[in-house]
Design a protein around this ligand. Structure first.
Ligand code: SF4
Length: 217
């Protein structure tokens, strides 16, 4: 600040009366209800989206849900069977585990925003292809922009791939914090992996605790 003041004094001595700041853009801070309206608008676009073939086999698209003003977003891979039926993210067995773990940290699921890298269920619960993730990316990107979370917790390797654009070895990379577009990415296991590897549950609990602490710090 002192350097800036000195610089301004020098400019004044040199006879400058004003400084035009090009590219100056006032960032508008959205209210929670404005955020909600914008998220609802995106959700209504997702519900009728046909941009990739995943729309052909879906029952319901799953835009995501939660606090429009969340400090922390959870992003998983893709909706599964229960999510496809209900149109809500993380409501099957893996979702129940995620909710249980969030509650074990003393928090509530609806404090956060929960979504996936693609909003329609891949047939047979296969991993979404990079092309499908890329085609669906603009929805997630807009959700992030509106919610403006400090931390994005990536659940599993496919979520890691969508953000980092490289293969992620989640067993090696989990627990890592990565700076990304002015936010922090936190990598951890997908709860579905933990259901198949129960010894990993305490690790997921610790990771989610850390992600929440990071978001509220
Ligand atoms: S997965 Fe995404 S891009 Fe593909 S149809 Fe569904 S909403 Fe559209």
């Amino acid at each position: 600040m002192d350097d800036l003041k000195n610089y301004m004094r020098v400019l004044k001595k040199l006879g400058f009366e004003e400084i035009i700041l090009e590219n100056y853009r006032e960032e508008k801070v959205l209210t929670v209800s404005e955020k909600k309206k914008l998220l609802d608008k995106i959700a209504s676009e997702i519900l009728v989206c046909t941009k990739c073939d995943l729309h052909k086999s879906r029952t319901k698209a799953v835009p995501g849900e939660g606090n429009p003003d969340a400090k922390l977003m959870f992003v998983g891979e893709a909706p599964g069977g229960d999510e496809d039926k209900q149109g809500r993210p993380f409501v099957g067995r893996a979702g129940k585990l995620l909710t249980k773990i969030i509650e074990a940290t003393g928090h509530k699921r609806d404090e956060f925003f929960i979504t996936n890298t693609v909003k329609c269920r891949p047939p047979g619960n296969r991993t979404p292809t990079p092309w499908e993730q890329e085609t669906c990316w603009s929805y997630l990107e807009k959700q992030i922009e509106i919610i403006d979370p400090k931390v994005i917790c990536l659940l599993g390797a496919a979520a890691g791939y969508a953000f980092l654009q490289r293969p992620v070895k989640i067993t090696k990379e989990r627990g890592q914090i990565i700076k990304w577009n002015g936010r922090l990415l936190f990598l951890t296991y997908h709860p579905a992996y933990v259901l198949r590897n129960l010894q990993a549950e305490p690790v997921l609990l610790e990771d989610i605790k850390k992600a929440i602490e990071l978001a509220y710090s």
